[in-house]
Design a protein around this ligand. Structure first.
Ligand code: GRF
Length: 192
């Protein structure tokens, strides 16, 4: 199962998935063949270089339309024979062309217990709302914002002593556990 990871920034999930894959004794976590980045200065590019994973940077500003941008991305995905797209901090909605090309084959991780707190600031929104718990969700991507079918999710308590930073750290720890597990289970399901 050939995987392309899409990312826009830091890339800790990207690195974690690649490392877990390399540690796995079998191919159950697939094979990350390509990193797609939409920000020229994203830190995730450094990680890809260190890990020796091929990457492409597509600057959407250089394309006339989002459709043209996604068409270029799709050509690259075809060239790398990608079967599954894994979004990991990719800060852009997926358009209809990619969704059609990869039906039920695009996964996303969101740092909140969906449907609560969708959007770009899931951790901060939950923290600011002063709720007692939030979480992490992995879902299939559809045309909406963090709205596709949920594959799995895990709760994270918000402690009275938490700052936004400590909460973010715990959420990221949960992400690093949950995402590889869900990807592995999803690949298994596809293969059945
Ligand atoms: C994660 O919190 C993920 O849930 C969200 O964006 C963040 C990406 O972190 N979609 P990283 O780039 O993988 O470190």
């Amino acid at each position: 199962m050939n995987i392309a990871i899409f990312a826009s920034g830091n890339g800790s999930n990207f690195e974690n998935i690649v490392r877990e894959q390399r540690e796995a004794e079998d191919s159950s976590l697939g094979d990350v063949k390509l990193l797609v980045v939409d920000q020229v200065d994203a830190y995730v590019i450094k990680r890809a270089k260190q890990l020796d994973i091929p990457y492409v940077v597509f600057d959407i500003a250089l394309f006339k339309t989002k459709q043209a941008y996604e068409k270029a991305v799709a050509i690259m995905l075809t060239a790398y024979e990608i079967d599954l797209i894994v979004l990991a901090g990719y800060m852009r909605l997926i358009g209809s062309d990619l969704l059609t090309a990869y039906p039920q084959r695009i996964l996303n991780i969101h740092p909140a217990y969906l449907p609560a707190f969708p959007g770009k600031q899931g951790v901060k929104d939950a923290f600011d709302a002063q709720v007692s718990e939030t979480g992490v969700t992995v879902h299939i991507v559809d045309e909406g914002m963090d709205s596709g079918p949920i594959l799995d999710q895990k709760k994270v308590n918000i402690l009275p002593t938490d700052t936004l930073e400590t909460l973010e750290t715990r959420i990221h720890q949960v992400e690093r556990e949950l995402y590889p597990q869900v990807i592995r289970a999803y690949i298994q399901k596809i293969k059945e």
